[in-house]
Design a binder for this molecule. Structure first.
Ligand code: CA
Length: 228
C-alpha cells in the first residue's frame, strides 16, 4: 500500500520539524512548506491525502488558505486539520465553518497529532452509508427503522432528536457547531434555531438516560459524540 502523503503548512521551523519527524516515523510521506501560497501550490501539485494547516501564517493566513483549498475542485476533498492557538474558540469555529475537518490546539503533543491524523484518514476511507445501522457501545441506531435502542430497550425520540443523534453518532469525536446541526435537520418543517439546538440536546440527553454522557459539550463550539 502506498504511504499516505501529508502536507504540512507551518511557518515555524521547529514545529515543522517536529511534525515531519513524528509523521515520518509513523510511515507517512511528509512535505513541509512555510507559507500559505506555497501550501496552495503544493496541494494542487501533489494532491496530498491530508493537510495540516497552521492558523497563523505570514501574508496569507490559514483560514484564507483553507477557504481557497475548499473552493478549488482539485483540492476541495483533501481533509484539512487546522493547528490553532490554544483557547481561541472563535478561530476554531471559523476554521470549521471554512471547511476544516478538525483542529488541534497549540501547543500539542505529537501523539495527539498522530491520533487525529489517523482518525481523519480513517474516516475518509470508510464513508458510512446513511442507512447503515450504527452501534456505539450499548447504543444502536437504525436509520431505516428510525429506531434507537439502549441495551435493547427502545428509546422514543422525536424526529429532530433522532436526526441530531444520528448526525453526531456517525462521526464520533467530530465536533459539530450549532449551525451544522441546524443545517442537518433543516427542511423538515421544524423551526430549529441556534438556541433550540441546546434545548434539543438537553431533551436528547434526558431520554438517553445512562448513556447521556455519550453526547459531549465542547464549550464555545458545539457538540460531539464521545469516542468509545
Ligand atoms: Ca505560525
Amino acid at each position: 500500500m502506498a504511504k499516505e502523503h501529508i502536507l504540512v503548512i507551518e511557518d515555524e521551523q521547529d514545529i515543522q520539524e517536529l511534525l515531519r519527524y513524528n509523521l515520518s516515523s509513523e510511515g507517512y510521506t511528509v512535505t513541509c512548506v512555510s507559507s500559505g501560497e506555497e501550501g496552495l501550490q503544493k496541494a494542487r501539485a501533489i494532491s496530498p491525502d491530508l493537510i495540516l494547516l497552521d492558523r497563523m501564517l505570514p501574508n496569507m493566513e490559514g483560514l484564507d488558505v483553507c477557504r481557497e483549498l475548499k473552493k478549488d475542485t482539485s483540492t476541495e476533498d483533501i481533509p484539512v486539520i487546522m493547528l490553532t492557538a490554544k483557547g481561541e474558540e472563535a478561530d476554531i469555529i471559523s476554521g470549521l465553518e471554512m471547511g476544516a475537518d478538525d483542529y488541534i490546539p497549540k501547543p500539542f503533543s505529537p501523539k495527539v497529532v498522530i491520533a487525529r491524523v489517523r482518525a481523519v484518514l480513517r474516516r475518509e476511507k470508510t464513508p458510512e452509508a446513511p442507512a447503515d445501522v450504527l452501534r456505539r457501545g450499548d447504543l444502536v441506531i437504525n436509520p431505516g427503522k428510525h429506531e434507537v435502542t439502549i441495551n435493547n430497550d427502545q428509546v422514543a425520540l422525536t424526529i429532530t432528536e433522532f436526526k441530531i443523534l444520528h448526525l453526531l453518532a456517525r462521526k464520533p469525536g467530530w465536533v459539530f457547531n450549532r449551525d451544522q446541526i441546524v443545517d442537518s435537520v433543516h427542511g423538515e418543517n421544524y423551526a430549529v434555531t441556534d438556541r433550540s439546538v441546546d434545548v434539543q440536546i438537553t431533551g436528547l440527553r434526558k431520554k438517553l438516560g445512562v448513556s447521556s454522557a455519550l453526547i459531549e459539550t465542547v464549550r464555545g463550539v458545539g457538540y460531539r459524540f464521545k469516542e468509545l
